[in-house]
Design a protein around this ligand. Structure first.
Ligand SMILES: C[S@@+](CC[C@H](N)C(=O)[O-])C[C@H]1O[C@@H](n2cnc3c(N)ncnc32)[C@H](O)[C@@H]1O
Length: 242
């Protein structure tokens, strides 16, 4: 885990301005899953809330949301974007998760933790925070096939971003080198960040959630939104009895 949090101010701004599409697509299916679990107007903790794209949808559906994110810049944006929710800076897996009805983490958030032990710690903490019948919904990127680095980019009105993603299948890690440019006055300011993700198969994560006490389902979609290849949604329910 990097000492400094990912998503410094310019990359947080760009994520908010140009990368909220995953959250927007996932939100209706996520809300349906929560409703199916009996969670309406409930206390939801959103891990890795970013700039609040999913928070906004949760609040609009009547939930009371606490957003937690390691990036101070993301939390600043989230507070401005969704003033009806509460936000705090915290880093997984050690961030305190208060008692709540549901916990969500959307868009590869848990992948940002380093090593299997972090997942185990997080799953135990979430289990303790939930009441019987409470749910934990999150998506993950899984290990893919070995291949050459993948280059991606997007351009907005006042920004541009390029990323080079390299997977190490043997180690189960992914490195994403991100170079962003944001217009400041007449110039573009450059920022470089390297994000390191841990990739574990959904089946293994399901087993580890079961070990923590959850009943687990794995799908490849949030409602009608089909995830990209090598991504899965895990829905973990704390049993009502036991
Ligand atoms: C891909 S963004 C997704 C943001 C938001 N969930 C969305 O869908 O727009 C990943 C988020 O996870 C946060 N994050 C990364 N590592 C984290 C950690 N260890 N603890 C808490 N948040 C973390 C980042 O700051 C970032 O906001």
């Amino acid at each position: 885990m990097a000492t400094r949090p990912y998503y410094s101010s310019d990359l947080a701004f760009i994520h908010d301005a140009g990368y909220s599409d995953f959250a927007a697509s996932a939100a209706p299916g996520l809300l349906a899953t929560l409703k199916h679990a009996g969670l309406t107007r409930s206390a939801i903790v959103e891990l890795g809330c970013g700039a609040g794209a999913v928070t906004r949808a949760l609040v609009a559906a009547g939930h009371h949301v606490l957003g937690i994110d390691a990036s101070p810049a993301m939390i600043r944006l989230a507070r401005a974007n969704v003033p009806q929710a509460r936000f705090t800076i915290g880093r997984l897996p050690t961030a305190a998760i208060p008692p709540c009805d549901g916990v969500v983490a959307i868009s590869e958030v848990v992948n940002y933790m380093a090593g299997r032990g972090s997942f185990v710690r997080l799953f135990r903490r979430v289990f303790r925070a939930l009441p019987p019948g409470g749910v934990f919904v999150f998506d993950v990127r899984e290990p893919g096939r070995p291949g050459p680095p993948v280059v991606n980019g997007r351009v907005g009105r006042n920004w541009a971003v390029l990323s080079i993603t390299t997977e190490d299948p043997a180690r189960g890690t992914l490195k994403r080198s991100i170079t962003s440019f944001r217009r400041v006055g007449r110039r573009f300011r450059r920022t470089d960040e390297t994000h390191r993700l841990t990739l574990l198969p959904a089946a293994e994560l399901a087993r580890r959630l079961q070990d923590a006490g959850f009943v687990v389902g794995v799908t490849r979609e949030y409602g009608t939104f089909r995830l990209p290849p090598n991504h899965a949604v895990l829905t973990a329910r704390k049993p009502v009895k036991g």
